[in-house]
Structures are given as structure tokens and as C-alpha cells.
Design a protein around this ligand. Structure first.
Ligand code: SAM
Length: 430
């Protein structure tokens, strides 16, 4: 069997493992990070890796739709199928319906072999029967009868209802469509502008004025990762929305800044290159602080000092030290970046907002204690739910009359061709 031999682990086997483990962990982990870890353990070629990524993202983006197709051929309700068996079938339907490059017989054989490898002979017969009857039925040519938006756009129904209630039917559908598009990837040039462009345009990236001259659209990651400018840290992968948030901080040379939720460090690194400032970069995850340290070394950044600790303990951690500006890029539901991380839609629940909002408010309360009079707090989240944006800021401002909101902005996913998010820039009066 293909996936049993060490050097020829199959992309579909890896995709199946990643998807099953993601669901077992309630989609808490990012699919791309899980795939990366799995690929490090296995000897997967670059081509197979990108096929695995395509299958994983495609299945997450179209999960409900694929289960709907599957339900037309399964004798058992899809929700009652064992999790691992269900993912074998979802992966197979994804390949049948969305990918042209894999022949039908290979899709069926691989699925059956996967079952056999797991010693599930009953599964292999069941899978074989379902896939062969779907092929006999010419499933690829079937036009769907009218389905609900939950099925068509594969998002949980509570979330669709929330967006329809909050933003109206038309806007909600726009968000759902945007979320299911393949995302563009961007990088910001930190230094050596001309040299960087000469080296990687057009082989790895293209110039576009859409978001500013120093932001490139990535075309080829393989070429990008082997370029000198990437290895020397002259550029950093970042979304245009994150870049625009970073640019909101009022900077001048010599300022002391606290980045309270820093890792993996995009905003701290960009800030440190924009002005000669001194940044304390705090995060409560030591694993993510290690990632920040790697990024600082690659980008040759000297004015960012990583610290492991809880932002809520900032005044304890930094003692008498006060800051001219505090950036809180807060943990959030991340609903604004579903396009880049399709698993997020399956992770967040209606209850998630309560505990997240409490944490966001506590981080703001801690920030005010360490901000100098006349200093600024920039609060940002990569989500657009009212609970994590307006509600948090309004209650903070109501409780802290010495804070003034200078500017705030909500971007719904797809607006300005960017992901969804929110920021509020506030000033502490002297
Ligand atoms: C949205 S990410 C930050 C992204 C980062 N600012 C960047 O630009 O790369 C949120 C971060 O907050 C951290 N975090 C969560 N709870 C925290 C807390 N109580 N104190 C400090 N950091 C926390 C997470 O570990 C995560 O790295």
C-alpha cells in the first residue's frame, strides 16, 4: 500500500490524519500548522504536501456540502458514521467533485486501501459501495436541488443566522462567499526595497499598488523561501489588514512600546522597522515566544525584547516601567480570518464570546495601568463580532473616563479586499 512505505506516504493519507485529528481537538489547532508538523515527521514531497494542503482546506471549506452529497449514497445517517470513516468519505467526495487531476479509480482505490490499512474490512466494503454508486450515478454532473445557505456555503447555521441578523442577508452572503475563496498571500518589505523587488519580482511575487508599494502579492512560496531577501529577513509574510493596523500607532523615535499579545511577532517586527523605538514583546505562550525569537533572528531585529508572561500581569512584570504606547492584538474568535484558516468556522461556538470578552477587557484594564499619561492604547482583533469589538471598547471607555477614542474601524471580511477585523486607537489623558 502506497502510504505504508516510508518514502511514499500519500498526500491523501496525511490529509485524512490531519482532518481527523483536527476534529478530535475541536478544531482548536490551525490546519496549516498541524500539516506542517505532520510533514516534518513524514517524508512527504513538496508536490504531495501541496496536494494534502489543497485537500485539507477544500474539505474544511466544503464540509457540509460534501456531507450533503455523501448523504445521498450512505445507508446510514452521515452524523452517525464513525469520525475516521466519515473523513475518508469526505476526502473522496472532495476529490471526485473538486479535483480534476486525480483519476476516479485512484480515488476509490486509495480510500479502500486506507480502510484496509486500518484493518477495517467492513469500512472498505462500505466505502467501495458508496463511491462506486456515486460514480455510477454520475455525481459530478448532478446539479444540486436548492439547498440552505448552511449547506451551500458550509458554515454552522448559528453563525450564518448571527451574520444575517447583524449585517443583513446580502452582506452575510457576501461574507460567506468571501470566506470560501482561496486567499491571496502578501508580504511586507521591511528594508532594501529595490534589491528585494529585483530579486523576487516576478519569480516569487508581484507588485501591486492595491495596498501600498511595499506590499507584495506572493505567487510562489518555493521561490520566496529560497530567496536571499526572505532568508535575510528583508520581508515578512503579513496580511494587508494587519499591516494597516500596525500603521495606526503614532510613532516617533525613542518611544517605549509594549506589545502585549505579540507572538509570532508580525506587528512588533514591522513597528520596529518603521521607527527607532524600543519594544517589549509579551506573550503568555512560551512556544509562540520561541517562534517570535526565530522571526527576530531571521529579520535581524535588535530593538524587540521578548518576554513570556500574561498580559493581565503587566504591571507586576514591568514594575515601575511605563510605556508610551501599548498594542493589544488580543486573542479573539478570529472570525475575520476564516478565508485563511477555514477550520475556524467549526471551532467557534455561540458561547465562545463570553470568556473571550472577559479576557479582552482584562487585557485592556492591565494596559491602562502601564500606559504613560498622554500615551496610547491600540486595541485590535481579527474578528468583527460586536461582542469583541464595540462592546469591549464601549465598556472600557465608560469605565475609564480618562481615555479618549481617537479612531476606530471595523472591516467586514472582503471589504477593501481584506480580511475582517477591528481596531480602536485610544489616548490616555494626562
Ligand atoms: C492574535 S495573536 C497575536 C498576533 C501578533 N500580534 C502578530 O502580529 O503576529 C494573539 C496572541 O495573544 C497571546 N495571548 C493569549 N492570551 C494572552 C494573555 N493573557 N497574555 C498575553 N498574551 C496572550 C496568544 O498566545 C497569541 O500569540
Amino acid at each position: 500500500m502506497e502510504h505504508q512505505t516510508k518514502n511514499t506516504i500519500s498526500a491523501r493519507y496525511i490529509a485524512w490524519k490531519v482532518l481527523t485529528e483536527l476534529e478530535q481537538g475541536n478544531f482548536r489547532h490551525h490546519a496549516d500548522e498541524k500539516l506542517e508538523k505532520m510533514c516534518q515527521k513524514q517524508n512527504l514531497s513538496a508536490v504531495d504536501r501541496s496536494l494534502a494542503f489543497e485537500i485539507i482546506s477544500g474539505c474544511l471549506r466544503n464540509k457540509t456540502l460534501l456531507e450533503f452529497y455523501l448523504s445521498g449514497y450512505s445507508s446510514q445517517p452521515v452524523s452517525k458514521l464513525e469520525q475516521e470513516l466519515r473523513w475518508i468519505l469526505i476526502i473522496s467526495f472532495y476529490q471526485l467533485l473538486f479535483l480534476d487531476k486525480i483519476p476516479d479509480h485512484a480515488i476509490v482505490n486509495e480510500a479502500v486501501n486506507l480502510c484496509k490499512q486500518e484493518n477495517k474490512i467492513g469500512w472498505s466494503k462500505f466505502v467501495n459501495g458508496i463511491l462506486r454508486s456515486a460514480l455510477r450515478d454520475n455525481v459530478k454532473e448532478k446539479t444540486l436541488r436548492k439547498t440552505s445557505s448552511t449547506t451551500t456555503y458550509s458554515h454552522p447555521s448559528w453563525l450564518i443566522k448571527k451574520w444575517k441578523d447583524d449585517f443583513g442577508e446580502e452582506k452575510a452572503i457576501e461574507i460567506l462567499k468571501w470566506n470560501n475563496k482561496i486567499p491571496n498571500q502578501h508580504a511586507v518589505i521591511l528594508r532594501n526595497f529595490e534589491k528585494t523587488i529585483d530579486e523576487i519580482v516576478p519569480s516569487a511575487a508581484e507588485l501591486s499598488d492595491e495596498f501600498g508599494q511595499n506590499i507584495l502579492k506572493i505567487k510562489d512560496f518555493k521561490n520566496l523561501f529560497k530567496s536571499n531577501c526572505f532568508r535575510n529577513g528583508d520581508l515578512y509574510l503579513m496580511t494587508p489588514w494587519s499591516i494597516s493596523i500596525t500603521q495606526q500607532l503614532p510613532l516617533q523615535s525613542g518611544l517605549k512600546i509594549l506589545d502585549m499579545c505579540t507572538a509570532p511577532g508580525g506587528k512588533a517586527i514591522l513597528t520596529s522597522c518603521m521607527e527607532d523605538v524600543e519594544i517589549k514583546a509579551l506573550d503568555n505562550s512560551s512556544r509562540r515566544i520561541e517562534k517570535l525569537k526565530e522571526n527576530l533572528i531571521r529579520c535581524r531585529i535588535k530593538n524587540v525584547c521578548p518576554v513570556v508572561g500574561d498580559g493581565r500581569d503587566s504591571s507586576k512584570i514591568f514594575g515601575k516601567e511605563k510605556f508610551d504606547a501599548v498594542l493589544i492584538d488580543a486573542p479573539c474568535s478570529s472570525l475575520g480570518v476564516i478565508q485563511r484558516h477555514p477550520e475556524i468556522r467549526w471551532r467557534v461556538t455561540n458561547e465562545s464570546f463570553v470568556s473571550i470578552q472577559i479576557l479582552q477587557k482584562q487585557l485592556l484594564d492591565a494596559a491602562i495601568e502601564v500606559t504613560k499619561p498622554g500615551g496610547h492604547i491600540l486595541y485590535s482583533v481579527c474578528t468583527f463580532s460586536d461582542e469583541e469589538t464595540e462592546e469591549v471598547i464601549n465598556s472600557f471607555l465608560a469605565e475609564n473616563k480618562n481615555m479618549t477614542c481617537l479612531k476606530k474601524e471595523l472591516n467586514l471580511p472582503g471589504e477593501k479586499n481584506m480580511c475582517g477585523g477591528f481596531f480602536a486607537l485610544m489616548e490616555k489623558r494626562g
